[in-house]
Design a protein around this ligand. Structure first.
Ligand code: ATP
Length: 351
């Protein structure tokens, strides 16, 4: 029996030539995108780059100025939100304060006409999926932020949508809870096989969770790829700078160090520091620079070391912690900075 290859499969979401203007502002400026069934897909970008508007166009809360939205192969560009098999989890959770947690989760099933005992059973299951089975009788005000977040998720998954749209759903949580919820979200998505479209401006979150990421700037996708592609092979200085810290080498510096007249980027963890005396022994695949340490910042997992090379280049290196108390402050030290030529990624010129 023949199975369709991934390329032949109907995408959960297909956007073509999508444009949205608000007056003079092109919030979305020509987006083409296929999101596969069951994919954990993130839209990453700074505030105002158009991520939320794309999400709202998929959900049907905005109408497109131009272009099309398809869900599961059906053109829904003109369809009302309730006609679309998607569900949105908003940043503010939008829970009903006067209803119990269980009734909040069961609400959508009630609207669909499901009988009381069946919808309560399904709501209870959904609460158990988000590990809140014991809190169904509480009011939302009696829950922590993270628990409310999970109620909002339960309310979405109980409807078993093909596609779940999540707009910065972890934005309000503290770091610890956020990291826990990241793991839970990822597990939930795997278990349920739902397509997740996740909007965030947190690059680490996008890298951790996603199968693929679209990096947005000014209403356009600047790069589309796996987390590893986005991080290791950023297509532009914009992406390199937005996703993680990086050392940008301008064209003149690249020419001098690498013999290539184009902008390059080297990630801080690719820089190696060694005593100044090792300057002499550079191999052919390696760049060595003499530098002085200008600042050392303790990060727990290691140190971020700021450097200035003898010819005035400012660099940042990331050093793994060795666990020794000695590696705290090296300001003023003369060191050799080394990196493999292969770790300098050539960037496309800004469009
Ligand atoms: P954030 O991370 O802050 O939510 P975003 O990347 O989601 O930002 P959007 O909310 O999609 O960005 O906004 C994109 C652009 O469209 C911004 O310039 C914004 O000011 C503008 N915009 C969004 N909604 C409206 C609206 N209803 N009316 C007018 N302008 C809008």
């Amino acid at each position: 029996e023949a199975t369709a290859g991934a390329e032949d499969a109907v995408p959960a979401i297909r956007l073509r030539g999508l444009v949205k203007h608000f007056g003079d502002v092109a919030a979305v400026d020509g987006v083409d995108l296929d999101i596969a069934d069951g994919e954990f897909f993130s839209m990453l970008g700074p505030s105002g780059s158009g991520k939320t508007t794309v999400l709202r166009l998929i959900a049907g809360f905005e109408s497109a100025t131009a272009g099309t939205v398809e869900l599961g192969g059906t053109d829904v560009t003109k369809a009302a939100p309730f006609e679309r098999d998607v569900h949105t989890v908003f940043q503010d959770y939008a829970l009903f304060p006067h209803m119990s947690v269980l009734d909040n989760v069961a609400y959508g099933l009630r609207v669909r006409g499901m009988g009381r005992s069946q919808r309560r059973e399904r709501a209870q299951q959904a609460l158990e999926t988000v590990r809140l089975g014991h809190l169904g009788s509480r009011r939302p005000s009696q829950l922590s932020g993270g628990q409310r977040q999970r109620v909002a998720l339960a309310r979405a998954i109980v409807l078993q949508p093909r596609v779940l749209l999540l707009d910065e759903p972890l934005g309000a949580l503290d770091l610890k809870l956020r990291e826990q919820m990241q793991v839970e979200l990822k597990q939930l998505q795997r278990e349920l096989g739902i397509t997740f479209v996740f909007v965030t401006h947190d690059q680490e979150e996008a890298l951790t969770l996603s199968d693929r990421i679209a990096v947005f700037d000014a209403g356009r996708i600047q790069q589309l790829g796996t987390p590893q592609e986005i991080y290791e092979q950023p297509a532009s200085a914009y992406v390199a700078g937005f996703v993680g810290t990086t050392n940008l080498l301008d064209a003149a510096t690249s020419q001098r160090l690498l013999g290539v007249d184009a902008e390059h980027a080297v990630r801080p963890e690719r820089l190696r520091l060694s005593p100044a005396a090792e300057m002499e022994k550079a191999g052919p695949g390696e760049v060595r620079l003499s530098a002085v340490v200008t600042e050392t910042i303790y990060l727990g997992v290691g140190n971020r070391v700021h450097l200035r090379t003898d010819d005035g280049l400012e660099l940042v290196a990331l050093e793994q912690s060795t666990g020794s108390l000695d590696d705290s402050d090296h300001r003023g030290d003369h060191v050799t900075v080394r990196f493999a030529r292969a770790d300098a990624v050539a960037l496309a010129a800004a469009p």
